[in-house]
Write a protein that binds this ligand. Structure first.
Ligand SMILES: NC(=O)c1ccc[n+]([C@@H]2O[C@H](COP(=O)([O-])OP(=O)(O)OC[C@H]3O[C@@H](n4cnc5c(N)ncnc54)[C@H](OP(=O)(O)O)[C@@H]3O)[C@@H](O)[C@H]2O)c1
Length: 248
């Protein structure tokens, strides 16, 4: 549970996992600063939340003006007050291969899945921004730990994020800040829908067979995320939790 003065910046809040985390944090009493590119979808999510007055929508494309991200986070704290938490769920999927390795695609995915969360963390860990006791949460992927064919760039970028989170956790622990990674297997979101459209109708059935508890729902990730962001997880840091319905 949270109080209204526990402000949590959540990226990717217009869809899927990030939206579910934002809705759950609001339901548990926090104030969320919900970020994405599509303000219309953010507004719809705000209206659907249990307390729209504790939902502040912020528009940002993380692939533009990346070097300004730490200052942007500082500006949010100046405008709204110091932050308790930051959850980075903005991301894009990609299916790739060594044969089709594309440098522009690799740079894009490392920008969004690795450089952006590092720069967000740098902003959050500024003494003027992150509150003592608070937490950073990165949505990585089971592909970071168990990469399969087609996960060359995506799995590598998420694995780099998991490694960075461990290092950051040790750097900021003396300041009372925690750092977590959540690594989901397949979760039913629009991103997963796009992957299924690309891979064909057999893909979903084939993947489902290897998930003893079926695919995840965004809420399954959000419950764990809210716990890790909360004071109840005060003695947990530097860990990467795989959520996969028994897949691995
Ligand atoms: N779904 C899965 O099976 C699964 C499994 C493991 C890990 N994940 C990870 O979970 C995270 C969320 O995925 P999801 O499945 O919830 O996907 P989703 O439904 O497609 O949501 C992605 C979110 O990221 C935002 N976003 C994308 N590019 C952005 C950019 N350049 N700048 C700012 N915001 C951007 C999108 O908002 P706008 O379009 O409004 O900007 C949207 O809110 C991703 O990091 C993904 O890699 C997903």
């Amino acid at each position: 549970m949270f109080s209204a003065d526990q402000r949590i910046l959540i990226t990717g809040a217009s869809s899927g996992i990030g939206k579910a985390i934002a809705l759950e944090c609001v339901a548990q009493g926090a104030t969320v600063l919900a970020c994405a590119r599509d303000v219309q979808r953010l507004e719809e999510a705000r209206q659907a939340s249990s307390a729209p007055d504790r939902w502040i929508s912020l528009q940002r494309d993380f692939l533009e003006g990346m070097e300004e991200i730490p200052a942007w986070v500082r500006g949010i704290a100046q405008a709204h007050g110091k932050l308790w938490g930051l959850a980075h769920a903005a991301g894009e999927g990609v299916m790739d291969s060594l044969q089709g390795y594309d440098l522009a695609s690799a740079r894009r995915h490392f920008s969004l899945n690795f450089h952006t969360p590092c720069l967000l963390a740098q902003g959050f860990c500024d003494r003027r921004v992150g509150r003592k006791g608070g937490a950073l949460l990165f949505i990585a992927s089971a592909a970071a730990v168990y990469p399969e064919k087609g996960h060359l760039i995506y799995g590598a970028a998420k694995a780099a994020l998991v490694a960075a989170a461990k290092s950051i956790s040790q750097e900021v622990a003396p300041r009372g800040l925690r750092v977590h990674c959540l690594s989901p297997g397949i979760v039913d979101t629009p991103m997963e829908g796009r992957a299924e459209a690309l891979m064909g109708p057999e893909y979903r059935q084939h993947q489902l067979q290897s998930y003893p508890l079926g695919f995840g729902r965004p809420e399954d990730v959000a419950h764990m995320a809210a716990f890790l962001l909360s004071e109840q997880a005060a003695w947990i840091t530097g860990q990467n939790f795989v959520l996969d319905g028994g897949r691995y």
